[in-house]
Structure formats: structure tokens, C-alpha cells
Design a protein around this ligand. Structure first.
Ligand code: SAH
Length: 390
């Protein structure tokens, strides 16, 4: 096993528990470090910092798995971590569906495991964790006896690690069109071809947050994907729901999901560009009691941050104009680089431009099965806000 000795002045980030070691933080490497292998990391004066997996090809050369020198990285390590992660989710009330492993926040950098009742979707987004994939699958088999495990590694970020994009079965093949129940509502999930791992679990707590404001309401939902918020609105007693998404495939799924819940007369869906129609409808003076917005991430890089801010402001401005006085805007941002305080400011700016007064009702983050580690910004990415529009 190689020893990685850091420069004399180690960054505060590493000291305070961040698991990533960048190439320029390394002084020397003693022994051979092999891509995907395990190394020990030390300060310049040989104090043990932690043990992690290595990729000399990546900008992040080590990702720490443990800070305990006595802890070996082996099958048992993964068994313990995955069992603990499941115990945490159960303690928080998750039974059927949850993000079982949320990478860094569960001490397993770049590993994502979503549990959809008896089925599991896996992403291994760095070489060092990809190496352990067969072991992780074995552990899942042991702990859950799943009906199926599917790999959704069709993610561009893997290429930064020298890994190919790929997807497929990690268990015996199974029908990847499954049905899950969330908050008492049923959804079709396409584990093989749906976005990301097939379904956005990160909003599952937030979908409950609309329960009271949608009762008897006319609801508009833009960027609805498979209609998760919209079908919830129907289920919670909305009078009418209109969901919009640019993807025909998503809209087909929305209609299937409405039918699955007997809500096809309440929930309607249209395949349109939400940016365009919201602008037109605002001009026409159309109004809804509740408008919900959940757009995709507007940027992954700092270079485009200004454009992303304008994008959020613009879409929320349009959304706000469509809300009846006393109604509600339900708005989200999954852009990592937009901090919660900045998002709140953007909504405030949009309200000012829309000439509407607002008051904040709810300001949440992602669901509790995606815990946030202070100092690790990538674990805190979702902003979810409900404001009343006066
Ligand atoms: N609300 C969903 C997740 C939305 S993901 C849920 O809780 O599951 C973002 C969605 O926005 C995607 O389905 C994507 O197809 C859609 N989208 C992207 N650009 C769009 C546009 N200009 N108009 C409408 N929908 C768009």
C-alpha cells in the first residue's frame, strides 16, 4: 500500500474533515500507488490523516474512506457502512424508497445507491469506488435480498476518472419498469431509461409540504418530469392540475402515473417549453392558485453562474406573475453553486420585478435521506421554497 505525504501546510478543508485530496496538495508518494487502489495519507511529519482510494489520473488523487487507522477497507467495511446507512434511514422513517447511500455524506465518496422498494440503482462515479462494485453488489444481496440491481453509470462525470459511461444489470435481469409508492401515491419508475437513477427521491419530503396549500386549488406545475409533484397535488385534493415538461417521454409517463392513481380527470399534462408558455400565459393574465417550478440545474460550473442566476430569476418572475393574490409559488433549485441565501435573494428580486409581495412559508433542502455535511458544499445542493404571493 502506498503512503501519500501531504505538503507541510495542509488545507483547512482536509483538517476539518473533507475527504478529498487534490494532486497539488501532495508532496511525495512513498511506494507504488495504483489507480483504484488504497493508500494511507499522512501530514508532512507523518501524522496519519486517513485511508482512501487513489486515482493519480484524476484531479482528486485520493478520496478518504476512513480516518481511523485501525479500520481496514474490505468487504466488512462496506457491509458495516451500508448497514449503518440503512439504519439511519429507517430511524428517520424511510421504509420503502430512499437514497440508501449519498456518497460523501455516508462516508462512501462517489457512491450513490437508490432503493426503490425491492430494487436498487447504483452509481459508482470514481475509479476507486467502481473497483468495489462487485463487493457492494454482494453486500446488497446479503442485506436486502433484492429483486434486482441496476447500474446507472451513464454519467459524463465518470470520464474525468477515466471510466466509461455504462448501464446494465448487476443482478439477474428483471423488468426495469417498476412501481413505487411514495407518501401513499404510486409511480411508475423506469430504472433503465429514466433521468438519473429513474426517479428524484430528493424531493420526497418536500412533496408532502404542498399537502395543505393545494386543497381545492387550481395548480400549475412546470418541469414536472414524471409528474411527481403534480400527481401529489391531485392526490392531496387539488381541483385541477396542469403539468408541463419539454420531454414527450416524460409526459407519457405523467399520463401513465395519473391513470395509475385514478387522477386522470384532475391531472392533465402538456409537452411544451415552459420558458415560452409561462411568458405567454403571464402576458395573457392567466392565473393559478399554486404554481410549482422544479427546473433542471442551470449550471455545473462557476463560469456560468451569472447566467444561472438570470435563468432562475426569469423563470421565477414568470411563475410569480401567474399566481392569484394569496396563492403560492412552490420553487426549487438543484444547482449546487447557488447557495440557499442566494436563492432566497433571487426569489426576492423576481418578486420585486413582478411587483408582487411575498412571504416565505417553507424553506427546505433535500430530503433527510440526503444528509448534509457542513463544509462539504456538494452535499447541500437542493433548495425548496414555498412563498405566499400577496
Ligand atoms: N419535478 C420533477 C423533476 C424535474 S427535473 C420531480 O420531482 O421528479 C427537470 C425537468 O425539466 C426534466 O424532466 C426536463 O425534461 C424538464 N425541462 C427541461 N427544460 C425544460 C423546458 N424548457 N421546459 C419544460 N421542461 C423542461
Amino acid at each position: 500500500m502506498a503512503n501519500v505525504i501531504l505538503r507541510k501546510k495542509i488545507s483547512r478543508r482536509i483538517e476539518s474533515g473533507h475527504p478529498w485530496i487534490f494532486g497539488n496538495e501532495v508532496n511525495v508518494v512513498e511506494g507504488e500507488w495504483t489507480a483504484g487502489g488504497i493508500a494511507d495519507v499522512f501530514t508532512h511529519d507523518k501524522k496519519f490523516i486517513g485511508r482512501g482510494y487513489v486515482n493519480p489520473q484524476s484531479q482528486i488523487v485520493v478520496r478518504l474512506l476512513t480516518r481511523n487507522r485501525d479500520e481496514q477497507v474490505d468487504r466488512d467495511f462496506f457491509l458495516r457502512h451500508i448497514r449503518d446507512a440503512w439504519a439511519y434511514r429507517q430511524q428517520l422513517g424511510y421504509r420503502e424508497n430512499c437514497r440508501l447511500i449519498f456518497g460523501e455524506a455516508d462516508g462512501l465518496p462517489q457512491l450513490i445507491i437508490d432503493k426503490f422498494n425491492d430494487y436498487f440503482a447504483i452509481q459508482t462515479l470514481a475509479l476507486g469506488i467502481d473497483t468495489w462494485k462487485p463487493v457492494i453488489v454482494e453486500v446488497l444481496e446479503e442485506l436486502f435480498s433484492p429483486k434486482g440491481i441496476y447500474e446507472r453509470n451513464d454519467v459524463p462525470v465518470r470520464e474525468l476518472e477515466g471510466l466509461a459511461q455504462q448501464k446494465g444489470f448487476l443482478s439477474a435481469p428483471f423488468d426495469t419498469n417498476i412501481i413505487i409508492t411514495e407518501n401513499g401515491v404510486r409511480f411508475h419508475v423506469d430504472m433503465a431509461n429514466g433521468q438519473k437513477t429513474g426517479y428524484f427521491l430528493d424531493q420526497q419530503d418536500n412533496r408532502r409540504a404542498i399537502q395543505n396549500i393545494v386543497k381545492g386549488a387550481d395548480v400549475l406545475g412546470a418541469f414536472c418530469y414524471t409528474g411527481s409533484f403534480e400527481i401529489h397535488a391531485g392526490f392531496y385534493g387539488a381541483q385541477s392540475v396542469l403539468g408541463l415538461d419539454i420531454s414527450d417521454k416524460a409526459i407519457d409517463m405523467c399520463n401513465k402515473n395519473a391513470l395509475l392513481n385514478g387522477l386522470q380527470d384532475i391531472c392533465r399534462f402538456e409537452a411544451v417549453n415552459a420558458f415560452d408558455v409561462l411568458k405567454v400565459w403571464a402576458k395573457e393574465g392567466r392565473k393559478w392558485d399554486v404554481v410549482m417550478l422544479d427546473p433542471p440545474s442551470f449550471t455545473k460550473t462557476r463560469d456560468n453562474i451569472q447566467k444561472a442566476i438570470s435563468g432562475y430569476k426569469e423563470i421565477n418572475l414568470r411563475g410569480l406573475k401567474l399566481v392569484k393574490p394569496g396563492g403560492f409559488l412552490v420553487t426549487s433549485s438543484c444547482t449546487n453553486l447557488i447557495q440557499p441565501s442566494l436563492f432566497a435573494e433571487i426569489i426576492q428580486m423576481a418578486a420585486r420585478d413582478a411587483k408582487r409581495r411575498i412571504r416565505q412559508v417553507v424553506f427546505n433542502s433535500q430530503s433527510a435521506d440526503h444528509p448534509i455535511i457542513p463544509g462539504q458544499e456538494n452535499t447541500h445542493y437542493l433548495k425548496f421554497m414555498i412563498v405566499q404571493v400577496l
